[in-house]
Design a protein around this ligand. Structure first.
Ligand code: PMP
Ligand code: GLN
Length: 377
């Protein structure tokens, strides 16, 4: 019998495959199509001739871990002990999986806020625990009443994702105050904060749980170099958590992968000396504005994008189709692949919204929008 009967192939895989089959421009799965920084490839090529090819220590490459500690201190003024409070993982996906497997017990409940990214539910089910999906408000702010209504003595964890995939929404200080108030009532509830887009924010600053003294002692904060440094295929992420939680997470990590790709960790370690995360945000801000300007010449209605490299748009004004059929037709008839937002909801709520990934070179964005301009109302 299947342990995960309702889990199917991820929509990101499905849409990327379909894009390839139809030779469509792929604005679906979230990955950059522009070259990585040449300084990083130079570092990697040089390292390939050095002694970096064997296992790193289980929790991560020591040099990289001290650079992550320095980055966390510089970005969030949080002093992290790499030996006890940090784990380098095979992407954020593994960090999330190991965290949930280690900390969530049978029959406990984990709250997920919809629309939500797809990697939270399976590890909860594999822990024989219960995912509890709560919809965000229509403007994608947390619905505190609905969340509070789902909290009970079985609740073990709340998962938040900020900046948010797919909507790009960023949590405000007021949102965090509400969260603190709610969690005060539930001292045993853990917070998993998925912050993989932490360095991709625009007008509003990112508020990391790393900066929150009230929350961080019960939180696991998850980051991804795949997102921050345009190297999604390297699959290097990390988790930061207090020692008593990290000790348990490491037990799972140890038998999931033991340790993470060594040369990638060594290369990122060297690269962190020279990379400027502010430049990454400003590069994406230009792309967001460029794409938005192009998309405004199409019939789509553009929703706000405060962070991440995703742009959500509505087609409600010109089609009644459900969003899955609509995105398939965009591929077959117009040659542009996107992601239907209904797949981020437990109940498949169809609001006639789709997600574009704008982490692409300008020419790709131009070609895609030229195709989309052919859509008639
Ligand atoms: N969380 C969110 C919100 C994501 O969008 C992604 C995907 N890229 C991940 C986690 C997984 O990140 P990684 O590729 O580092 O495993
Ligand atoms: N996070 C990426 C996205 O949202 C997908 C990564 C994946 O395909 N697993 O598009």
């Amino acid at each position: 019998m299947s342990k995960l009967p309702h889990i199917t192939t991820s929509i990101f895989t499905v849409m990327s495959q379909m894009a390839n089959e139809h030779q469509a421009i792929n604005l679906s799965q979230g990955f950059p199509n522009f070259p990585v920084d040449e300084r990083l490839t130079t570092i990697t090529a040089k390292l390939a001739t050095e002694n970096v090819h064997q296992y790193t220590p289980m929790a991560g490459h020591p040099g990289l871990m001290s650079k992550i500690a320095a980055l966390t201190s510089a970005s969030y003024h949080r002093a992290v002990n790499p030996a006890t409070e940090m784990l380098v993982t095979a992407g954020a996906t593994e960090a999330i999986f190991a965290t949930i497997q280690a900390l969530v017990n049978k029959n406990e409940e984990v709250i997920i806020l919809d629309p939500s990214y797809d990697c939270y539910e399976a590890p909860i089910l594999l822990s024989y625990a219960k995912p509890v999906r709560v919809a965000l408000n229509d403007d994608y702010t947390p619905d505190w009443e609905a969340i509070a209504a789902k909290m009970n003595t079985q609740t073990r964890m709340l998962i938040i994702n900020n900046p948010h995939n797919p909507t790009g929404k960023i949590w405000t200080a007021a949102d965090f105050l509400q969260l603190e108030k709610l969690l005060t009532l539930y001292p045993d509830v853990l917070l998993l904060s998925d912050e993989v887009y932490e360095y991709i924010t625009y007008e509003q600053p990112h508020i990391s749980v790393n900066t929150n003294e009230k929350l961080r002692d019960r939180s696991i904060v998850i980051s991804s170099f795949g997102k921050s440094l345009h190297i999604t295929g390297w699959k290097i992420g990390y988790a930061i958590a207090p020692e008593h939680l990290m000790k348990e997470i490491k037990k799972v990590h140890q038998f999931l992968v033991f340790s993470v790709n060594s040369i990638s960790q060594a290369a990122i370690s060297d690269y962190l000396d020279i990379v400027d995360f502010k430049e990454i945000a400003s590069m994406y801000r230009k792309k967001r504005d460029y794409f938005k300007a192009l998309l405004s010449q199409t019939p789509f209605e553009i929703l706000p994008c405060e962070g991440s490299y995703f742009q959500v748009a509505s087609y409600a004004s010109f089609s009644n189709e459900n969003d899955i059929d609509f995105t398939k037709r965009l591929i077959t008839d117009y040659g542009v692949a996107t992601i239907p937002i209904s797949t981020f909801y437990a109940d498949g709520k169809d609001l006639k919204l789709i997600r574009f990934c704008f982490a692409k070179d300008d020419n790709t964005l131009l070609q895609a929008t030229e195709r989309l301009r052919k859509i008639t109302r």
